[in-house]
Design a protein around this ligand. Structure first.
Ligand code: UDP
Length: 313
């Protein structure tokens, strides 16, 4: 297939490009580098099946030649990034999604939206199943991301219903791995950076809020399977191995620097209290489940971060 991907220089986007190239596809990657990073795709500079275009997908654009699939991954995704860029976040989920759907419609290409577990907000149903409609604060600090992705899902369904576009929607839960930005504020790079520097691990609140962490290669495998599937309605992709943030901090500390202190800091507003994907649908429909355990995933990720962190002598 010839595939157009927005957010190709992002953390997950760049891994998706690698996977699609391995599968023999040709890629036209789009990125405006708001939060993406050229070094994430630096290794593809000489790859003939990969082309990168500096394109903000909230502006109208066209892509030369035919293509078979469109994958819309562009968006700030860490709370720190979307709090800093709330308008861009709202625009890329709304105008950007519409522009990506338009090119899919025009070319008769299938369309994959990477949505988010944030659609469930601070959930009252646990673990989260795709049929749960969520509990989102529409005017809170996270609303620029949550509502933008909820709009993105809505317009994706509208293009399917009105124009028959072959759409797919993935709801991605917390994912980690190499190429995350060290300073994007998310808990995995934050803790790894702190532990490597010998600084205290900053646990927000009392650390009783839960998350479950999926290694990026597992996620990308799920996304690829979903792209090839016929499922129109959203599919959760994430690792169901749920833990409290305090347990996670202790696991990182015990593994990498047993003496490191833990510093408790205020809990950000609207921080979801619990999150765990119900992946029954992905298991049944895509024959998918995560394979990389936390120890293995953290070991691979720390190797990447070790090179980035200038550890004080
Ligand atoms: N968190 C934390 N310390 C940090 C960064 C994050 O305790 O330095 C917590 C945060 O409050 C949240 C969880 O870790 O409960 C996951 O945060 P992240 O920003 O990675 O993603 P989220 O799941 O909130 O989108």
């Amino acid at each position: 297939m010839r595939i157009v991907i927005s957010g190709a220089a992002g953390f997950v986007g760049s891994h998706m490009c690698d996977r699609l190239l391995t599968e023999g596809h040709t890629i036209i990657g789009l990125d405006n580098f708001l939060t993406g990073n050229r070094t994430n795709i630096g290794h593809l500079a000489r790859e003939r099946r990969f082309e990168l275009i500096n394109q903000d997908v909230t502006e109208t654009f066209s892509v030369d030649g035919g293509f078979d699939a469109v994958i819309h991954m562009a968006s700030p995704a860490s709370p720190r990034d979307y709090l800093e860029h709330p308008i861009e976040t709202l625009e890329v989920g709304s105008v950007g999604t519409r522009n990506m759907l338009e090119i899919a419609l025009e070319h008769g290409a299938r369309f994959l939206l990477t949505s988010t577990s944030e659609c469930y907000g601070d959930p009252h149903v646990h673990p989260q199943v795709e049929t749960y409609w969520g509990n989102v604060n529409p005017v809170g600090p996270r609303s620029c991301y949550d509502e933008s992705k909820r709009f993105a899902e809505a317009i994706t369904m509208a293009y399917h219903r009105k124009y028959g576009v072959a759409t797919r929607i993935a709801r991605i839960f917390n994912t980690y791995g190499p190429r995350m930005k060290l300073d994007d504020g998310r808990v995995v790079p934050a803790f790894l950076d702190q532990v490597l520097r010998g600084e205290p691990l900053t646990v927000f609140g009392d650390g009783s809020q839960t998350r479950s962490f999926c290694y990026v290669s597992d996620l990308v495998d799920g996304l690829y399977r979903l792209l090839l599937s016929d499922e129109i309605y959203p599919v959760n992709l994430g690792n169901p191995n749920e833990m409290t943030i305090l347990q996670f901090a202790e696991a990182i500390r015990d593994r990498l620097n047993p003496g490191a202190p833990i510093a408790f800091q205020p809990l950000p507003e609207d921080d979801p209290k619990q999150r765990q994907p119900d992946i029954t649908k992905a298991r049944t429909l895509l024959n998918w489940e995560p394979k990389v355990g936390l120890d293995e995933g953290i070991a691979k990720t720390i190797e990447y971060f070790r090179d980035l962190v200038a550890v004080p002598a």
